[in-house]
Design a protein around this ligand. Structure first.
Ligand code: ZN
Length: 289
């Protein structure tokens, strides 16, 4: 179990803020879920993983999917970082080609996830109000969350401009003196300056997790900025192919006579440690030592 505090926080319906969390490490069951996911819908998968692994968030336990979905984008990334560190350790290895033209050598980089810069929310509130300077309008908005990521995933891939408008329309809760949520048409009609003012303010207020890592090339000594898309990295790394997972389960069940249920509750590390121990033992037997 790993514990921490979200850089942002979750506001429930009664406007109470929940920030401290308890996180269980991933088990074979969680890996099975990820391996089985047919359609690549990363945001929805992350929601599922988080609602399984976050055991408590402030006063909320267990954490249902709608809460995991309602977490701010950076809070979800932060939880993934924690989950990865707790489940598979802190070190990330990346193999890439040095992007400096005169160098172009292959380099292996090592990062510590503890070094990923995290910025806390500047101001915590369920919603924020600002007055635009481009137009004399008062705008109330909330910050983007997992539900927005899930809803807009497809649209962002096909039409980014429209996805941004939809995101603003989802987040803006009040525009001008009338108290109703504006229709998407109203948002689309805002001037580009007005929209970028709102986006800028959202960006300033939201917590953030750095999405790139800095390292030095061992060949040319120059600085390399390696992108670290935490969501994609996490899912890519976790996608044990299910065939391998089931072979591992079979191997342990066969030799130790543990039930499938028991084996699937093990973490990947534990499972593989037992497999290594077994492999050594079997080798010793075969060599007649
Ligand atoms: Zn280099």
């Amino acid at each position: 179990m790993s514990v921490g505090v979200l850089p942002g926080g979750y506001w429930d319906a009664e406007e109470r803020l929940h920030r401290d969390f308890e996180l269980a490490v991933l088990t074979g069951r969680d890996e099975e879920l990820l391996a089985d996911a047919r359609a690549p819908r990363p945001a929805a998968l992350i929601t599922e993983v988080l609602s399984r692994c976050v055991r408590r968030l402030g006063g909320i336990s267990p954490v249902p999917p709608e809460v995991a979905r309602g977490l701010l984008v950076a809070d979800r990334q932060y939880l993934l970082l924690h989950l990865r560190r707790a489940s598979f350790g802190d070190v990330v290895r990346a193999h890439l080609v040095c992007p400096w033209a005169e160098c172009g050598e292959r380099v292996s980089l090592e990062f510590s996830l503890a070094d990923v810069p995290v910025e806390e929310a500047r101001r915590r509130a369920p919603a924020h109000t600002m007055t635009l300077t481009a137009e004399p309008l008062e705008v109330t908005f909330r910050l983007p969350n997992g539900a927005d990521q899930e809803e807009l995933a497809e649209l962002s891939a096909s039409n980014e401009a429209e996805a941004l408008t939809s995101l603003l329309a989802r987040c803006v809760q009040r525009l001008g003196p009338d108290g109703d949520r504006p229709e998407q048409r109203r948002i689309a009609e805002l001037s580009a300056t007005a929209r970028s003012e709102i986006e800028q303010r959202m960006h300033e207020l939201a917590p953030s997790v750095e999405q790139s890592m800095e390292a030095r090339c061992v060949h040319c000594g120059r600085v390399i900025i390696a992108p670290l898309d935490i969501q994609r990295f996490f899912l890519g790394e976790l996608r044990t192919d299910s065939g391998l997972l089931y072979r591992e389960v079979h191997y342990l069940a066969y030799h130790y006579h543990w039930s499938e249920h028991e084996i699937m509750e093990l973490t990947r590390d534990k499972r593989r440690t037992y497999i290594e121990v077994l492999a050594d033992a079997i080798e010793v037997l075969n060599s007649g030592a």
